[in-house]
Design a protein around this ligand. Sequence first.
Ligand SMILES: [Zn+2]
Length: 158
Amino acid sequence: MAWYTIRRDCCGAVERIQVYGPSDTRQARANRTEMRPCQACARQRRAVEAEQAAHQAAGQADLDGLPTLTGTDRQVAWALVLRDNTIKRAPSLATMPGATGDHLDWLLDRICERTDAAWWIDHRAGLPRDDHCWTALRTSLTDEQKAEFAALGKESRL
Ligand SMILES: [Zn+2]
């Protein structure tokens, strides 16, 4: 183990870092660390990416004429992304054997009925990287709605 002084490429921040392992590769690893963003820059980048995703989802929702979501600004920004990702998944269900365009339309209608931003956030899939509400949407359907969906085509079921 050894200490190296590095200068981050992202913002020029100077840091002391510990590099472990064989001495002949330490300098190279210290150099590689310089190329990665520092914590502050990484955090800022994630924030910008989240804002861009929210902005893009809001623009797409506008284009698609989707209903406005209700909630705090923060909730709405997040829920827009979750809804957008859920909508992107809908066609995969509509390509099941026996499914038709009517099935897809019907599903998109159910998605549009959910305008409460908190619902999207509360029901996002449990895994941290799972960023859609597909399972929750499906399990939230009543038996009556499932029957309605099934009636659109002979073999399709949710
Ligand atoms: Zn930086």
